[in-house]
Design a protein. Structure first.
Length: 434
């Protein structure tokens, strides 16, 4: 995920013509896929494009005020809009910040949308076939009830009678003018890497992968967010040399669906392998936040445990955080790291779930936002402890309490120092680290 700074600036331009009907299409067809927050960001940017002659360049901080989102949440929803083709982002590094230009594009029209098997599949996963049929019916053309009607519309040549010699010698217009076009959706799937994984891990000949087979595998991989390595593993399971089709796509589809129910344990999930603009410094703090954003929770916890695989009870806890609280992997990673440092390397279920519930209520979506929230909560807790410690206690109790809290105070100071440095590094952005 791209790291943004409140000092970054932006301007918004139209990438294509956008009509009132397009706004309805975003609500009906795109919002179930990208979520309401991303839809809000789209409409705000579209409205900003109308006013670009008045306020040509503004601060990203102003945009977070308009949307009610944190910078981290805005960056996450911006990526959704980019991935689905509704906006395009251009970035320029400057001395003290970054400058962005957001191009806003119209959505696909209903026919093009439902002809796109990837978009239709994503929408069906969200709202179901029944709701899709209702939407299709709404956007269907009205058919004439009486077959006696005939088309009597005039033809162009009958009315205007152009002089084909004189009227078409004005030259070709070369300016880049607006059109009602859509921004392309970039699908990432490396056929060569996929084939190489097949060859390295099976006896399947690469000659069986026809153009149509590869196209369907690519569609399913992008639909369910599988990378080439994971996809190859499941394709090998679904290979049947005796069948005419060679690949059992029904079984492959079921395997993908089964795995998508447990996204927290994806190995190198494609959705986590999109190009990320992370902190590029070599500090340990920068490396840690990069790991939180890119690794699965299982892999991140393994690293924290000196490459020892997590026990099943810890994996169950992680799964519950994802399933019950709907926390994103990067947020869970930040929570795990905080808990282990704060709680003397003990991953207490009650403690983790309590803090996880707070993160959910605060609608935390990124590792950075999670760390900011946890640091502020830690400060408040420490102040409360200091207040309580001022009450009169016996000498023996003071000695006991000092011994018990010595480790925790040390951990608190370390957390405060490390995370304060990290947030300073975030505020600087990555403009000077390339």
């Amino acid at each position: 995920m791209e790291i943004l700074s409140k000092d970054d600036t932006y301007s918004v331009e139209y990438g294509s013509l956008i009509s009132n009907l397009d706004c309805s299409l975003v609500l009906d067809l795109y919002m179930p896929i990208i979520g309401y927050e991303a839809a809000i960001v789209y409409f705000i940017l579209e409205n900003e494009a109308k006013k670009n002659t008045v306020f040509k360049e503004k601060s990203l901080y102003d945009l977070t005020i308009l949307s009610g989102l944190s910078l981290g949440s805005f960056a996450q929803n911006k990526e959704k809009l980019e991935a689905i083709g509704l906006i395009q982002t251009l970035k320029k590094h400057q001395q003290n910040n970054n400058a962005f230009i957001f191009y806003v594009y119209a959505p696909k029209d209903p026919k093009d949308f439902f002809d796109d098997v990837l978009l239709t599949g994503l929408l069906e996963n969200k709202i179901g076939k029944r709701q899709i049929q209702i939407i299709k019916k709404y956007y269907q053309k009205n058919k004439l009830l009486d077959n006696d009607y005939v088309d009597t519309s005039a033809h162009f040549g009958e009315v205007f009678k152009p002089n084909y010699v004189r009227d078409f010698q004005t030259g070709i217009i070369k300016e880049d003018l607006f059109s009602h076009r859509n921004n392309n959706i970039e699908l990432t799937f490396d056929y060569d890497e996929f084939i190489q994984n097949i060859v390295n891990n099976s006896q399947i000949s690469k000659t069986i992968f026809t153009k149509d087979i590869l196209k369907e595998i690519k569609r399913l991989a992008n639909l369910y967010g599988m990378n080439e390595q994971t996809c190859a593993r499941y394709v090998i399971e679904c290979f049947n040399p005796l069948s005419e089709e060679k690949i059992n796509f029904d079984k492959l589809n079921r395997l993908f669906q089964k795995n998508i129910k447990f996204p927290i344990f994806y190995e190198n999930n494609k959705t986590d392998n999109l190009e990320k603009n992370l902190i590029s410094s070599n500090s340990k703090l920068a490396q840690k936040i990069n790991l939180m954003e890119t690794l699965s929770c299982k892999d991140f916890l393994t690293i924290l445990q000196n490459n020892v695989s997590p026990v099943q009870s810890d994996l169950n806890l992680i799964d519950d955080l994802s399933r019950n609280l709907q926390l994103r992997p990067c947020v869970i990673n930040a929570l795990i790291d905080y808990t282990l440092q704060k709680n003397s390397n003990v991953l207490s279920r009650a403690y983790v779930e309590k803090i996880g519930a707070s993160l959910k209520r605060e609608k935390i979506e990124t590792a950075y936002d999670a760390m900011v929230f946890l640091l502020e909560s830690n400060k408040k807790t420490k102040k409360k402890k200091q207040y309580n410690s001022n009450k009169e206690t016996s000498i023996s109790n003071e000695v006991t309490n000092n011994n018990l809290t010595k480790t925790n105070d040390k951990n608190d100071d370390m957390l405060k120092k490390q995370w304060t440095e990290l947030m300073k590094e975030f505020d600087k952005g990555d403009a000077n680290n390339e």
